[in-house]
Each structure stands twice: as C-alpha cells, then as structure tokens.
Design a protein around this ligand. Structure first.
Ligand SMILES: [Zn+2]
Length: 83
C-alpha cells in the first residue's frame, strides 16, 4: 500500500469514479483489525477448549446453547449475559 502511494501513477485520489487510496487503506486497516480480533477470539476459544471450559458462560457459569456456539464459536457468554 505504501509502495503504491509512492508511485504517482497509482494515486487515484482525484479519480471521481474510483475509490481513493486513503479509503482503500482505511478499509484494509479495518479488515486487518477485524481479522486480528477474530484470530484472537478464536485462539482464546481454543484455549478454553483445551482447559475444558469451552461452551460455559464466563459470567454466569451456565452452558452456552449449542446453536449459539454454532453461530458464534468464539462466544464467551450466554445470550442473557451478552446483553
Ligand atoms: Zn451467562
């Protein structure tokens, strides 16, 4: 990205049809941050699995329903506690 910006021909800041380099960079940064969060949350879930606490709500201690775990494998809390 930084290399593309240094090449003057790759600068599309003034192209009314295209997205800007800054916008692309912001989107890429947001996607990277999201991927890092997901990786971190899934790593934590894997740790809970190894410890035998996976699927147990960290707040109330009750089992997290299977449907919720299928939808959000990284879930730390049951639906009630996540509100
Ligand atoms: Zn709970």
């Amino acid at each position: 990205m930084r290399n593309a910006r240094s090449l003057t021909t790759a600068d599309d800041e003034h192209d009314p049809e295209g997205s800007t380099v800054s916008l692309d960079q912001a989107r890429d940064s947001a996607l990277l941050a999201q991927a890092e969060r997901s990786f971190s949350e899934l790593s934590a879930a894997r740790q809970r699995l190894a410890e035998g606490t996976y699927g147990r709500c960290e707040r109330c201690g009750r089992d997290i329903p299977t449907a919720r775990l299928i939808a959000r494998p990284e879930a730390r809390h049951c639906v009630s506690c996540s509100r």
